[in-house]
Write a protein that binds this ligand. Structure first.
Ligand code: ZN
Length: 153
């Protein structure tokens, strides 16, 4: 039997995209932040393991990078993208498992990667409005907060 969503469909685009990790434990929090925190409902999602890490020039992410670059170019053309939001998250398994970084090195590397990814997005798309955030976990309170990360040169 078919399932019909109770959510209303709005055809209007918001001309913004977010690039973030596909980790399902934080997906709803990212959605909440983009929709309510940044007031970008219906933003386009570019979700893949590690998110912005794929645009930071790691040799391990060469294939992913090609895909994300193609996707961004498509979104600029077809969806008239004007703004891009990058999100890295605390304890991202991609950094530990794929890039083999020890826990203590994760956040500093993720912050460097956000800066590199922002440069890459600006270079690929010509979009100047690129913002970045670090999603921080409070395991005791079971909450996630989003710290802005400066990515302007
Ligand atoms: Zn992750």
């Amino acid at each position: 039997m078919a399932y019909t969503s109770s959510l209303t469909y709005e055809p209007e685009r918001i001309h913004a995209a977010a690039i973030y990790c596909s980790d399902g434990r934080v997906g709803a929090h990212f959605d909440d932040f983009l929709t309510h925190g940044l007031k970008l409902p219906r933003y386009d999602r570019v979700a893949l393991p590690g998110g912005p890490a794929s645009l930071a020039g790691h040799t391990e992410t060469h294939l992913e990078e090609k895909g994300v670059v193609d996707e961004l170019r498509f979104l600029v053309e077809a969806h008239e993208l004007e703004r891009v939001v990058l999100i890295a998250h605390q304890g991202c398994a991609f950094y530990g498992a794929r890039l083999k970084l020890p826990e203590a090195y994760l956040e500093p590397q993720q912050r460097i990667d956000l800066l590199k990814a922002a440069d890459r997005v600006r270079e690929i798309t010509g979009i100047t409005e690129v913002d970045a955030f670090f999603a921080r976990l409070d395991l005791d309170a079971r909450r996630i907060s989003f710290d802005p990360v400066s990515v302007t040169r």
